[in-house]
Design a protein around this ligand. Structure first.
Ligand SMILES: NC(=O)c1ccc[n+]([C@@H]2O[C@H](COP(=O)([O-])OP(=O)(O)OC[C@H]3O[C@@H](n4cnc5c(N)ncnc54)[C@H](O)[C@@H]3O)[C@@H](O)[C@H]2O)c1
Ligand SMILES: CC(C)=CCC/C(C)=C/CC/C(C)=C/C=O
Length: 535
């Protein structure tokens, strides 16, 4: 058996023991993971410094802080998320117990990317643990030092059989992909995303694909350009542009292009000093392959700021390109580096048209003081996430689903969305072996009269509204009081047992059953009614 097969087999066996299921066990694992981030902060940031030249504070701000928040949330909410979720009922199931019971999927494969190696690998793991699964964790081999730290540290803190770390590159990942999983959660580029989906299809394994793409950023004339550019500069050059939701390019009116360039340059200086190369908060390109790829994108456009690089140090200066044409090299792929092209457009209409010609992006940014501009941009385009007047911060909001649409991915996570994504939401209906008469309408022989009853029971909906619900509650209270009184005052055992067990809905229809639009009078004689949920 290969190393990958062994890890998968062990994790599957551990899942089958059932120990990942109790909520207490999940919470212990989450707390242990929390402890890892507190106790091993230095190991984590030293490795990321070597991989991506992120500062210690930067690593906490962009990677571990969010993870700690997600762990806290999962611990606090787990009981609520994992509890049965009562649902509305129809007439036919009024006396049944009807609910959604989240259950673990089984064994999950998590394949992480290199650009935020902890955030994008451990955040799905938090969801997998919370949902009661086992999970094989495959960090990106591109972050050599971080992958090693993850491989060394995770088994010291969390159940190493349930949540093994498998390191390696393409060959190892493909060996993993030949195994059977119950879910695959992949973060990375779309080309590999297709490889993942193909492998998953062989076992009918469902997938989440967290991909990337070109996230547009429209700056309206009607906005505070200085503030807009400060926020865009932060969103673009954080982690040297290697952020899945970084604003990829700017669309703006030609009349504000010069001002935008000046303001971006000013913010670059404010954030990263006159010499970003020596600034501890300015990152590096992950490797020389990506360095060459990014530098080659600049060639056929006009540089307005930066443009220089040092291959030996994987340094590329924060760069702005002006008057960029849609067919320029930099517009043909996700940049994933510190290059910010500006494409002049005549206004909102042209910006929307341009965005809609491309693939659906992971994020879409609009800067405007005009709410109508923001609404039009939102309503006339599609993207994984949508932000007005800021960049990136939606990633930090656990109550928002994070994920792509179309070419930018499928599925979503964060907070409860991670829990739901990695759970099976099992529909449950618990009936009693009583009231068999009600079922006659569905048993042969099928007749038009029975169909009429079935129509009524299936199609009648309770759209009571707030006042109606209050009225029904009051009615139930009266009924309950009546039942109690009956129980107290009637001595007869015979009568008492009849009251306890009877539950009758009698229906008088003013027209023949089977006719549409029949007006219906329902007389409810309820003596023992069990509502799990009254929405
Ligand atoms: N949506 C998100 O949340 C998100 C987050 C981070 C990055 N991204 C996107 O990821 C991309 C950058 O990541 P990347 O793809 O360069 O990361 P990467 O090279 O680290 O690859 C990601 C994972 O895929 C595996 N892999 C690579 N080639 C493979 C193959 N041929 N077969 C099987 N597995 C293979 C790697 O081992 C790695 O674990 C960008 O497009 C970025 O936008 C998206
Ligand atoms: C610090 C605040 C407010 C937000 C963090 C935004 C950010 C840069 C998150 C990282 C997003 C991420 C993992 C992207 C993947 O490529």
């Amino acid at each position: 058996m290969s190393r990958e097969q062994q890890a998968v087999a062990r994790a599957r066996k551990a899942f089958e023991t059932g120990r990942s299921r109790p909520l207490e066990y999940r919470i212990i694992q989450l707390k242990n993971l929390q402890r890892l981030f507190i106790e091993r902060e230095k190991d984590i940031s030293d490795a990321i410094k070597k991989d991506l030249n992120k500062s210690e504070v930067g690593t906490q701000l962009f990677e571990t802080l969010g993870l700690e928040g997600e762990i806290n949330l999962a611990i606090r909410k787990l009981k609520e998320w994992a509890a049965p979720r009562p649902v509305e009922k129809n007439l036919l199931t009024l006396s049944d117990t009807v609910y959604i019971q989240p259950e673990p999927l089984g064994l999950v494969l998590i394949i992480g990317a290199w650009n935020y190696p902890w955030a994008v690998t451990i955040q799905p793991l938090i969801g997998a643990i919370a949902a009661g699964n086992a999970a094989v964790v495959k960090p990106s081999e591109v972050c050599v030092h971080t992958a090693k730290v993850m491989e060394d540290l995770l088994p010291l803190y969390i159940d190493k059989e349930l949540y093994p770390v498998v390191t390696g590159g393409v060959a190892e990942t493909q060996e993993l992909l030949r195994q059977r999983f119950d879910y695959i959660f992949y973060t990375g580029n779309g080309t590999v995303g297709k490889v993942i989906m193909e492998a998953a299809a062989k076992h009918l394994t469902p997938v989440t694909l967290e991909l990337g793409g070109k996230s547009p950023c429209y700056i309206d004339k009607n906005c505070d350009i200085s503030i807009a550019c400060r926020r865009i500069t932060w969103g673009k050059y954080t982690n040297c542009g290697q952020t899945c939701i970084a604003p990829d390019y700017i669309l703006c009116d030609p009349s504000i292009q010069d001002r935008v360039i000046e303001e971006v340059k000013k913010s670059i200086k404010d954030f990263y000093t006159e010499n970003p190369k020596t600034c501890p908060d300015y990152g590096r390109i992950i490797n020389q392959r990506h360095f060459k790829r990014i530098m080659a994108l600049v060639g056929d456009s006009t540089v307005a700021a930066g443009g220089d690089g040092d291959e030996s140090d994987c340094f590329i200066a924060p760069t702005v390109l002006r008057d960029v044409k849609p067919d320029a090299k930099v517009m043909q792929e996700e940049i994933f580096g510190p290059i910010l092209p500006i494409l002049p457009v005549s206004g909102l209409d042209e910006a929307i048209k341009f965005i809609n010609k491309g693939e659906k992006p992971l994020a879409l940014y609009v800067f405007s003081a005009d709410e109508k501009v923001i609404s039009r941009m939102r309503d006339e385009t599609s993207s994984g996430g949508f932000l007005a007047n800021d960049c990136l911060v939606h990633f930090s909001v656990s109550s928002l689903p994070f994920g792509g649409v179309g070419n930018s991915g499928m599925g979503c996570y964060h907070g409860k969305f991670s829990f739901d994504q990695l759970s099976h939401l099992r529909g449950c209906l618990i009936k009693k072996l009583k009231m068999e008469g009600v079922n006659n309408m569905r048993y042969p022989p099928h007749t038009p009269k029975k169909l009429g009853w079935a129509r009524f029971f299936f199609l009648t909906t309770f759209d009571l509204g707030w006042a109606g619900r209050m009225l029904l509650l009051a009615l139930m209270a009266v009924v309950a009081a009546f039942v109690l009184q009956v129980r107290e005052t009637q001595d007869s055992d015979r009568l008492r047992s009849r009251v306890k067990n009877s539950y009758l809905i009698s229906v008088d229809q003013t027209q023949q059953p089977g006719c549409r639009n029949s007006s219906v009078v329902i007389k409810i004689k309820v003596l023992h009614m069990h509502f799990i949920y009254l929405h």
